[in-house]
Design a protein around this ligand. Structure first.
Ligand code: FES
Length: 614
C-alpha cells in the first residue's frame, strides 16, 4: 500500500508516492539526500532531522521522540524524520536552512604545468604492405614523438590499456587521434575533436563537504570552484556512522553511488558553465580521508573501525574515472591520492604537500580540525602524525543547538561591557551555533566565570555574583544548567554541550602534547602552527588558545591555510612533481597510534581542565 507525500522545502514543492509504514527520512533521502541532515545517522540521538507535519498522518511520537522534542515543538507539528513513519497521506514542510558556507580557499603556491594526465593529439603513420606494424605500435611511436616534444615522460612499451583497444582499432583509420595518457599508459584513444582542451578537477572529498576545483591543465588557470555538503550525510555526520552503515552491502552501494553521482554532477556543471565539452575533462585528483576514499571506490571500510585499523588500500592509485562512475572524457583518469593510515588519510597528505611541510626547515605543527582532529608535526627531517577522536562537536553535531557553518549560525561571541554579544553568519537571526561560535562562547564563559576551569556551569548562587546581564544568561533546563546566547530564539549551550566540547578540545590538545613529547620538543620551540580545514579557518585563535585547544605560546605563530587538502589535490592534477610531493609527504609521515599510548591517556585527562586565565 502506498500514500502520497507532499513535501515543501523552501521554494521546492514535490509530490511523491511512499510506502505505507516507511520512514519519513528514507522517503526524503530517496528524493534528494541534500534535503535532510542526520548527524547521528538516523539513530534518534541528535534531534537534528526535524520536519513539520502540516497535514495528514504519521505514526504517533514514541518516547525517544518526546525526549528530543519539547511538548511545545510536538504540538507545533515538529517531528523527527528518522522516527516518524507514514500512516496515511502526509504534507510535510522542511525547516528553512541557510546555504552552507564552505571554505574553498587554500594555500596558493606556484605550480609548474606538467600534468600527470595529458590529452595528446597525434597523427599516426598509415600502415603499409611494406611496414605492417600494428595500430598500437604506430600510436605509441607517434605519442613518443609528441610526448618527447612536450618534455613529458616516456610511455611504457606496449602500454595501451585493454579498455582503450576497441577505440584504438576504430580511430586509427580516421586520421588524427586524441589519446589520454597517464602513468606511462594510454588510457583511451578516440578520433581527435577539433578545439579539444584538457581540463582537470581537484577534489577535496570531506565527510561533511565536497569541494571541486576546475583547472585548465594547459595554462594552469583555476577556472571555477563548486562546493556542496556531502550527499552521504543522511547516514551520519562522522566516519564511524558511515562505516557502520556500509557494513550492509546494499547501503555500501548507496553510499558509493551517492558520492560518485555527486562528484560527477559537480564536474558536469563546472565544465558546462565554462561552455566546454564534457570530454575535455581528462583528469581528477581526489583527496579524502581513508573512509571517504574507500566508499568512493566501493571498498568495504569496516576494518578501518576495528583494531588494528588496517584499511583495504592506502597507496596512490590511478583508475579510469568511468569505472568509478565519474564523468568526463572516455579516458578520464581519477587519481586517488595516498593516505598514511586508517585515520590520517589522503586529505592530510594533500594538505601537507600543499604547504610543503615535508620540505620545510624547522619543526611545525599542522592541525586539520574537521570532523576528526588530525595532527602532524615535523618538517624536512621527518613528520610524525596522529588522529584524535575529537568527535564532531566543532562541526556543530552532537551539540543541542549546534549547526554547520550556515546562514544564521552564531560564529563569533565576545563580552562587551558586562554583556555577551554575538554575530551570526550573514547577519541573519540566530538559528544555532557553529564550531567557531562554540569556541568563542566557551572562551567568553570562562573569562566572565559563567563556566569554571573544570567546565562546570556556575549554580544560581554563584551566578548572582556576576554582572546582572551575565547572570541572566544562566538557567536550569530539564537536563541540567543552560547558558543562553539568545534567549528570545532559544539558543543556548547546555552543560552536556560544554562537556562534549571539553572532550573534543582535550583530545586535540592531548594529541599535540603526545607528538611534541615524542619528539622531545616544548611548545615554545614549535616554529609554526598551520591551521587547515573550514573550522580552522574561521576559528578565533585567541579563543582557541583560551579554551586550551592548543598552547597559548603558539597564537602568534598561527598560519591559517584554509582548504589545504583541496589545494594539494588541485596541484597534483596540474603537476607531476606536485603529485610526487604527495607521495613524498606520505613517505615522510610516521603514524603514531594514540589509543594504545598511556602518555596520551594521561595528557587527555590533564587537558580536560580549561586553562587558567592568563
Ligand atoms: S535524531 Fe534523527 S537523524 Fe539524529
Amino acid at each position: 500500500m502506498t500514500h502520497i507525500l507532499k513535501l515543501r522545502a523552501g521554494k521546492r514543492n514535490e509530490e511523491i508516492r511512499v510506502e505505507a509504514g516507511s520512514r519519513v527520512m528514507d522517503a526524503i533521502s530517496a528524493l534528494d539526500p541534500s534535503l535532510i541532515d542526520a548527524p547521528c545517522g538516523g539513530k534518534a540521538l541528535c534531534g537534528k532531522c526535524r520536519i513539520r507535519l502540516v497535514g495528514g498522518r504519521l505514526t504517533a511520537p514514541e518516547e525517544r521522540e518526546s525526549r528530543l522534542l519539547s511538548a511545545a515543538e510536538l504540538s507545533a507539528g515538529l517531528r523527527l524524520a528518522c522516527l516518524a513513519r507514514f500512516e496515511g497521506d502526509a504534507e510535510i514542510e522542511l525547516p528553512a536552512r541557510g546555504e552552507a558556507s564552505i571554505i574553498t580557499a587554500g594555500p596558493k603556491a606556484a605550480v609548474d604545468r606538467d600534468p600527470p594526465v595529458r590529452l595528446v593529439v597525434v597523427a599516426p603513420s598509415e600502415p603499409s604492405l611494406e611496414a605492417q606494424s600494428d595500430d598500437e605500435a604506430r600510436l605509441l611511436a607517434a605519442l613518443a614523438l609528441e610526448l618527447g616534444r612536450q618534455g613529458a615522460p616516456e610511455l611504457a612499451p606496449g602500454r595501451v590499456d585493454l579498455a582503450a583497444l576497441p577505440g584504438l582499432a576504430r580511430c586509427m583509420r580516421e586520421g588524427s587521434v586524441e589519446a589520454v595518457v597517464a602513468d606511462g599508459r594510454v588510457l583511451s584513444a578516440v578520433p581527435a575533436r577539433p578545439g579539444a582542451r584538457q581540463l582537470g578537477l581537484g577534489v577535496d572529498l570531506g565527510t561533511t563537504t565536497v569541494v571541486a576545483y576546475l583547472v585548465d591543465l594547459s595554462t594552469g588557470e583555476r577556472l571555477a570552484t563548486a562546493s556542496e555538503l556531502n550527499s552521504q550525510r543522511s547516514f551520519g555526520a562522522d566516519v564511524i556512522s558511515r562505516i557502520e552503515a556500509a557494513a550492509d552491502a546494499e547501503c555500501l552501494e548507496v553510499l558509493r553511488s551517492r558520492i560518485t553521482s555527486q562528484i560527477a554532477a559537480m564536474a558536469r556543471d563546472l565544465v558546462r558553465a565554462q561552455s566546454r565539452a564534457q570530454e575535455d575533462l581528462v583528469a581528477m585528483a581526489i583527496a579524502g580521508n581513508t573512509t571517504m576514499l574507500h566508499l568512493l571506490a566501493g571498498a568495504p571500510p569496516g576494518a578501518i573501525a576495528l583494531s588494528p585499523f588496517a584499511p583495504a588500500f592506502l597507496a596512490r592509485r590511478i583508475e579510469g574515472a568511468a569505472a568509478l562512475g565519474l564523468s568526463g572524457h572516455p579516458g578520464c583518469a581519477a587519481i586517488l591520492l595516498p593516505g598514511v593510515s586508517a585515520y590520517v588519510g589522503a586529505d592530510i597528505v594533500a594538505g601537507i604537500a600543499a604547504i610543503g611541510l615535508h620540505e620545510a626547515p624547522g619543526r611545525s605543527l599542522f592541525l586539520d580540525l574537521g570532523t576528526n582532529g588530525e595532527i602532524a608535526f615535523g618538517g624536512s627531517a621527518g613528520i610524525v602524525c596522529c588522529a584524535t577522536a575529537a568527535g564532531p562537536a566543532f562541526e556543530g553535531a552532537g551539540i543541542e543547538k549546534g549547526s554547520g557553518g550556515v546562514e544564521g549560525a552564531i560564529d563569533s561571541v565576545w563580552v562587551d561591557g558586562g554583556s555577551l554579544r554575538f554575530s551570526t553568519i550573514g547577519g541573519a537571526p540566530a538559528t544555532g551555533i557553529c564550531g567557531s561560535g562554540l569556541v568563542d562562547a566557551l572562551a567568553a564563559f570562562l573569562d566572565c566565570r559563567i563556566v569554571d576551569d573544570t567546565g562546570r556551569v556556575v549554580d544560581a548562587g554563584e551566578a548572582a555574583a556576576l554582572p546582572s546581564a551575565l547572570a541572566a544568561l544562566v538557567d536550569q533546563g530539564p537536563r541540567g544548567p543552560l547558558v543562553f546566547l539568545d534567549r528570545q530564539r532559544g539558543i543556548y549551550l547546555s552543560q552536556a554541550d560544554i562537556r562534549a566540547a571539553q572532550l573534543a578540545k582535550a583530545a586535540i590538545a592531548a594529541g599535540i602534547d603526545t607528538l611534541l613529547k615524542l619528539e622531545g620538543i616544548g611548545s615554545g620551540e614549535v616554529d609554526r602552527l598551520y591551521l587547515a580545514g573550514g573550522f580552522g579557518s574561521l576559528l578565533d585563535v585567541r579563543s582557541a588558545a583560551r579554551i586550551g585547544l592548543f598552547p597559548a605560546s603558539l597564537v602568534d605563530r598561527v598560519i591559517v591555510v584554509g582548504n589545504a587538502s583541496g589545494a594539494g589535490a588541485t596541484a597534483a592534477c596540474l603537476s607531476r612533481s606536485r603529485l610526487a610531493d604527495c607521495d613524498r609527504a606520505r613517505a615522510a609521515c610516521a603514524y603514531v597510534e594514540l589509543s594504545s599510548r598511556p602518555d596520551f591517556n594521561e595528557a587527555y585527562i590533564e587537558r580536560m581542565m580549561f586553562p587558567e586565565k592568563a
